[in-house]
Design a protein around this ligand. Structure first.
Ligand code: ADP
Length: 253
């Protein structure tokens, strides 16, 4: 509980202490509110597929033995919602891990090589061209390699999910800044939604994103990784034109 009005005749030290205490209470309140929201949102996200699964299970119990159509439809739906639950739980665990871990396992590596490897892997899996261009053959970064790879996978995965054309990735080194840009010619994001993109469970038009299998946690994880590296992430997007996400890191070495 905050301390209400202090007597203005109290010593300045005491008044300062009270102010500091109140600020700390405010911070704790905000963290606590955030956690409450997260639990509420997570429960909602987990309940939705479970409701679908239990409705189809009930249908199967009643009509499944006699009706092949019901059987097929139910199996399809249960299969889809189970995968959704799995990916939801996986993303929630990744986010919890990323939020808990405040240390970086930094090392020197070539980000162009990492991008080539990641692009190749995703290209093979999703059958989508990803073109990587770089300002130099080798662009060195001193950062947490695994986390940077995770961040790139999140951005590329979104570009693949929300567009149908080839994806362009550009790496630039300008003095001690390394900049990576992921550009797609996809459905884009309405301007009003851009400030909310990094919120946990946020999806532009829930129904549309749900159909693509998105759970709305990828960009929260991405932001956390960028923040841990004291970097910057920016989104430029136009509906029906495409989205460009830029990340920048200052090189310390
Ligand atoms: P999701 O798992 O739903 O993709 P994210 O946190 O990665 O979650 O992204 C949040 C939302 O931002 C997505 O649901 C989608 O609506 C929108 N979004 C993210 N990247 C793109 C993109 N490249 N093009 C269009 N929309 C995007």
């Amino acid at each position: 509980r905050k301390i209400e009005n202090t007597n203005s005749e109290e010593s300045p030290e005491l008044q300062q202490l009270v102010r500091a205490f109140n600020q700390m209470v405010d911070r704790l309140d905000r963290t606590f509110e955030g956690q409450k929201h997260f639990v509420a949102d997570a429960s909602h996200e987990l309940k939705t597929p479970l409701t679908v699964i239990s409705s189809y299970t009930a249908m199967l119990k009643r009509w499944g033995r006699d009706d092949e159509n019901v059987r097929n439809e139910a199996i399809e739906a249960i299969d889809k919602e189970t995968s959704r639950l799995q990916s939801l739980i996986k993303s929630m665990l990744t986010l919890a891990e990323a939020e808990q871990e405040d240390w970086l396992n930094q090392e020197q590596f070539d980000v162009v090589q990492m991008l080539d490897e990641t692009a190749n892997m995703l290209q093979t899996t999703f059958q989508r061209p990803i073109r990587v261009k770089a300002s130099a053959k080798v662009v060195r970064m001193y950062a947490d390699k695994n986390k940077i790879r995770q961040l790139l996978v999140i951005l590329l995965d979104n570009a693949i999910k929300y567009s149908k054309e080839p994806i362009d990735v550009t790496v630039l080194q300008i003095k001690n800044i390394v900049q990576i840009e992921v550009k797609d010619k996809g459905i884009g994001i309405p301007e009003a939604d851009i400030p909310n993109l990094f919120e946990r469970f946020f999806r532009v038009d829930g129904a549309r994103a749900r159909a693509t299998g998105g759970v709305g946690l990828g960009l929260s994880i991405a932001k956390r990784i960028v923040d841990l590296h004291e970097g910057k992430i920016d989104v430029y997007s136009l509906p029906d034109v495409g989205t460009t996400i830029t990340i920048q890191f200052r090189q310390k070495r």
